[in-house]
Write a protein that binds this ligand. Structure first.
Ligand code: ZN
Ligand code: FE
Length: 252
């Protein structure tokens, strides 16, 4: 019997995916002590505003991982609706919605009684950032790390993606990994093609099949589970990661 998905979140932070567009997730993060609410990558303003209104109509912070439309398109409308500031990478401010908080690696973003740290995670795009909240612990990693996969190298190099994944992989075991897409099913098929004997992966692939059959999101996952089954985290060096990534690009 596969493990049930790790939600609702224990601890002071509550996190929930908001399915948007064809296969994206925006994320709602709430600090239960203060009631403060953030959203990550609210690309569909209508869907995100509807969720926030249903949950009390509060929004304190908009976080953006990278400049692609399927992550930022609704950000300005959502932020204006609730009077919330928009935070994103200073390096990409020329191609992000207008930023109230322009962030660099190591900066903190504050949400009620908690805060998250900004981690530079280039590879998918040059200015991609991730947000780690130690009180969850919860990670928002956009299109850098997916469950059983990683983002395409659209602007960055294998070296950059390897370094980014190394940083994320060093976070605590129980970190909830909140990524930007529901790609787990196709990622599982590719992962099994390169790691057919990985028992953790086979178990995870079966769990994913059950989750998708019932229309349940396959994310968030726990970092410890990704470390055991994600070929891009298991890649021992840059050439292996580069090889996996180029095979994945043409995998059907
Ligand atoms: Zn992207
Ligand atoms: Fe994306």
């Amino acid at each position: 019997m596969p493990a049930s998905p790790p939600s609702p979140t224990p601890g002071p932070l509550d996190v929930s995916p908001i399915p948007i567009l064809s296969d994206n997730y925006a994320w709602r993060l709430r600090d239960n002590r203060s009631g403060a609410v953030a959203v990550v990558d609210p690309a569909d303003a209508g869907a995100v505003i509807a969720r926030l209104e249903r949950e009390g109509g509060r929004l304190d912070l908009v976080l953006l991982t990278h400049h692609h439309d399927d992550h930022v398109a609704g950000a300005l409308e959502v932020a204006r609706r609730f009077g919330a500031p928009i935070a994103g990478a200073a390096a990409d401010r020329h191609r992000l919605p207008p930023l109230d908080l322009a962030l660099q690696e190591g900066d903190r973003v504050f949400l009620g009684d908690t805060s998250g740290v900004v981690i530079d995670t280039p590879g998918h795009t040059r200015g991609h950032v991730s947000f780690f909240f130690g009180d969850g612990p919860v990670l928002f990693c956009g299109d850098t790390l997916f469950s059983l996969g990683c983002g395409r190298l659209l602007e960055g190099t294998p070296e950059e993606m390897f370094g980014s994944l190394r940083k994320l992989s060093a976070l605590p075991d129980d970190t909830l990994v909140c990524c930007g897409h529901e790609y787990t099913d196709s990622n599982a098929r590719f992962a099994l093609s390169v790691l057919p004997d990985n028992a953790a992966l086979r178990e995870r692939a079966a769990e994913v099949a059950t989750q998708r059959a019932s229309g349940t999101p396959t994310v968030p996952t726990r970092l410890v589970a990704e470390r055991a089954a994600n070929p891009f985290l298991l890649a021992p060096d840059i050439p292996s990661l580069a090889a996996f990534r180029s095979r994945k690009d043409s995998f059907r």
